[in-house]
Design a binder for this molecule. Structure first.
Ligand code: 5GP
Length: 214
């Protein structure tokens, strides 16, 4: 909800970071604290990790199904990440926007770029950096969600993901997750107040100008 309570254009809010920089924690907190933003659940051909729920974390599909979705233009963007395919289903995003909600995307730089090409002014891109590569390594090793070779692969790729930091509107350093979350929330709140997003302003100002002064 915009702070003014007026009608508004939804924000397509993209959070990207190398794996382990704290993006998922921040995304989770944002969804918990803010009922007006909803998550875009991606489709992926990657197998589920222990504890991941189909339809909540991802829609897990096989490669032919993914290709069919691409061919049917059902994805707003898609990319190969870590040898698997990931994409953003179009219909749920359109539905959330029509309901007046903002949409949160946990996608990589390729997805951010494609989304921006399509939806330009509606997109806000935030990149989260780790405070150091040593800290990133520690966070990845303490997770235990993947075997060590996968962790090493991700460390190697983190450097290449970080090289895309300049394709974002905002770049944050996640030294402290609470501080970083507060910064993300500040960005979202400010972006919601942009004049271009407050589509109800014209009517409001018209009424304001014609209303009685006493
Ligand atoms: P993971 O396999 O760890 O869940 O995700 C790996 C990477 O894929 C993360 O950087 C994540 O942001 C990215 N990703 C997840 N969903 C999508 C998507 O729909 N599109 C794109 N382009 N990247 C995605």
């Amino acid at each position: 909800m915009p702070l003014s309570g007026l009608e508004h254009r939804g924000v397509l809010f993209v959070l990207s970071s190398p794996s382990g920089a704290g993006k998922s924690t921040i995304a989770r907190q944002l969804l918990q604290h803010d009922p007006d933003i909803a998550m875009s659940v991606s489709v992926t051909t990657r197998p589920p990790r222990p504890g991941e729920v189909d339809g909540k974390d991802y829609h897990f599909v096989d490669v032919p199904t993914f290709k069919d979705m691409v061919a049917a233009n059902q994805l707003m963007e898609w990319a190969h990440v870590f040898e698997n395919r990931y994409g953003t289903p179009r219909a749920p995003v359109e539905k959330m926007l029509a309901e007046g909600r903002d949409v949160l995307f946990d996608i990589d730089w390729q997805g951010a770029q494609q989304l921006y090409q399509q939806a330009g002014g509606d997109v806000v891109r935030v990149f989260i950096l780790p405070p150091s590569m040593a800290e990133l390594g520690r966070r990845l090793r303490s997770r235990n969600t993947d075997d060590p070779s996968v962790v090493e692969g991700r460390m190697a790729r983190a450097a290449s993901e970080i090289s895309h930091w300049d394709g974002y509107d905002y770049v944050l350093i996640n030294a402290d997750v609470e501080d970083c979350f507060a910064q993300v929330k500040t960005i979202l709140d400010a972006e919601r107040l942009r004049r271009s997003r407050q589509t109800g302003l014209i009517g409001f100002v018209r009424k304001l100008m014609t209303s009685e002064t006493s």
